[in-house]
Every structure is written in structure tokens, then in C-alpha cells.
Design a binder for this molecule. Sequence first.
Ligand SMILES: CN1CCC[C@H](Cn2ccc3ccc(-c4n[nH]c(N)c4C#N)cc32)C1
Length: 229
Amino acid sequence: MPLRIDVITIFPDYFAPLQLSLMGKAQQSGLVTIAIHDLREFTSDRHRSVDDTPYGGGAGMVMTPEPWGQAIDAVVTDQSTLIVPTPAGKLFSQPVAAELAHSTHLIFACGRYEGIDQRVVEYYRPRIDVRELSIGDYVLAGGDVATLAMIEASVRLVPGVLGNPESLVEESHQLPGVEYPSYTKPPTWRGLDVPEVLLSGHHDQIARWRAEQSTIRTTHNRPDLLPGS
Ligand SMILES: CN1CCC[C@H](Cn2ccc3ccc(-c4n[nH]c(N)c4C#N)cc32)C1
């Protein structure tokens, strides 16, 4: 059963990249089906409006609930998971990507303006799995880029999508922390040599060096990922 993904957005063109590279191949292979829906197709006024002023005042506009209700109702099943990208959401992570990769049906609601009327989440929460997710502690202009990131991170984990499953095995055995540095030909580039141990053929020494490099990089760049931190 392929993973089905429905994306609802006011900027369908944002998702053209999903036809390229790994995501495109995953769709061609039938492992994943991705459909993009223009929210404005679900409006009923001649201006095809999707936003209005916020109750309680405040800057900006809020996306009105009815177009979202119409659009989600058009694709939802009892197997659906509704993903709502928002800076207020739980942090998206590799374990979450792995969960989504094993879902049956994902619906991404890409908000804009100041976000989507909260009653959309409240309406679907008793009916299906609803997840408000954030891709990081910075503010984007909408949920579209976050949706692209979450789709790519999740779909690459769908069995059969990655040509070489070995890379997933290596990734899953990744020490707590960041990856070691990678090198390829030429052995010397602009006077800079590849670390000798990588040319030695001594796999135990290479594994030890890579683990050391991962720890050094994690300590410098991401001490929060160190064990016991
Ligand atoms: C000034 N306002 C503040 C609230 C959000 C407004 C823009 N916006 C509207 C919809 C929407 C969806 C996601 C995100 C977002 N930002 N950062 C992340 N990690 C996200 C994720 N996932 C941002 C969004 C801008």
C-alpha cells in the first residue's frame, strides 16, 4: 500500500520540486503518491478569499476555517493523519519522520498569513490523528517550506525509496551526535590532503577515526546532542 500524501496550499507551485530527484522517483515507482491541492479551489466567494481579520485584534490576517474544512473533507479518510506546520508545534525530528514514513495517508495543511483558525485543528482532532509540528525555532512566512522538508525527510525513509538501504542502516547506527566529515577524489585538492587513515584500508582505524570526528564535531557544533547533556 503506497503512502498517500495530500498537500493543501495557496501556493501549489511551491511543490514543483517534489517532481524531481528522489521524490520524483519515489512517485514514479509507485511507493508514494503525492497530490497538491489549491486551497482557493475550495472557496465559495468570487474573490476566492481565504483570510480575514483576527478576533481579539493583533497584526496580520488569519486563514478562515471553511475553505480548510472543505479541502480536508475532500481528501480525509479514517486512516488520515493531518499535519499542521506551525512555529507553535512539537519539534519535527528524525523519529517523527520515521513515524510518518510508516503512515497510510498524510494531509499537510500549509498555512500562510498568521496561521489557520485553530478550530480546524479542534474539529479534526476527535476524528483523526492531528499533529501540529514545527521544523525549528525560527519563523517562516508559511507552512509550505516546512511541509517540503517534512515530506522529504519522511519519504526517504519509506522502504524501497532509497536505492541503497545500507545508508539508512548506517544512519540508524549513527552515534548520538552529528555525522563525521566525508571526502572523495582527488586525494589532494588545492594543497589539501584527504586524512591518511581514510586511504589506509584499515577499517577498524577508519571506524575509530570517524567516531572521534563525530564526537569532535558534535562537541563543537551540537553539544546538546552529547550523551548526558
Ligand atoms: C509572524 N507570524 C508568526 C506566526 C507564523 C506566521 C507565518 N506562518 C503562517 C503559517 C505558518 C506555518 C509554519 C510556520 C513556521 N515558521 N517556523 C517554523 N518552524 C514553521 C513551521 N513548521 C510559519 C507560518 C508569521
